[in-house]
Design a protein around this ligand. Structure first.
Ligand code: GNR
Ligand code: NI
Length: 181
């Protein structure tokens, strides 16, 4: 298993629609294992394949990540087949570090997907799991939680985020500071 690098906004891979996984083979299971390890390391409660640079319809979620028991879900080619109600939740995204905003989602969803053995299953979800499923499936469609904010709010948040990104880049750039003796 390996921890993979997480792609940061505004990388263009995050705004592209991902293609379905054609066959759940060993290479896909290796990617799943790496995504799980990367999610727990981050730490985050979900991770979508495009966030590690792979434009495929695959996501892992653990709404209890960081707590003792693990509740790991793997969704290959997930589809929401039922939705009901509205829930507001403060969301964050590993690809947009430092940004947290309330987003409206469906309160209850039923998702259909393949598991890590390629077997189809259906799952009903509410609360954080429902929020994560919608956040992650959005990633597979090239949609970010920023896209659910008002244009004004998005503009304010993006300005702050870009300022913070350029600060991070300066800290990371050894040529940017004092020249070595
Ligand atoms: O770690 C994450 N936390 C989170 C909190 C509220 C709603 C959604 C999420 S998902 C996010 C990890 C991530 O970026 N997944 O794509
Ligand atoms: Ni995200």
């Amino acid at each position: 298993m390996a921890i993979r690098d997480i792609v940061l906004f505004p990388d263009s891979i995050l705004t592209k629609k991902c293609r379905p996984v054609e066959e759940v083979d060993d290479s896909v299971r290796t990617l799943i294992d790496d995504m799980v390890e990367t999610m727990y390391d981050a730490p985050g409660v979900g991770l979508a394949a495009p966030q590690v640079g792979i434009p495929r319809r695959l996501t892992v979620i653990d709404p209890t990540a960081g707590e003792e028991e693990d509740n790991l879900y793997v969704f290959v080619n997930p589809e929401i087949i039922e939705r009901e109600g509205v829930i507001r939740w403060e969301e964050g995204c590993l690809s947009i570090p430092g940004v947290y905003e309330h987003v409206e989602r469906s309160a209850r969803v039923v998702v259909r997907a393949l598991d890590r053995n390629g077997e189809p299953f259906e799952l009903e979800a509410t609360e954080l799991l429902a929020v994560c499923i919608q956040h992650e499936i959005d990633h597979l469609d090239g949609v970010l939680f920023l896209d659910h904010l008002s244009r004004l709010k998005r503009r304010i948040v993006l300005k702050k985020y870009k300022k913070q990104l350029s600060k991070m880049a300066q800290q990371d750039d050894p040529n940017d500071g004092e020249p070595p003796d």
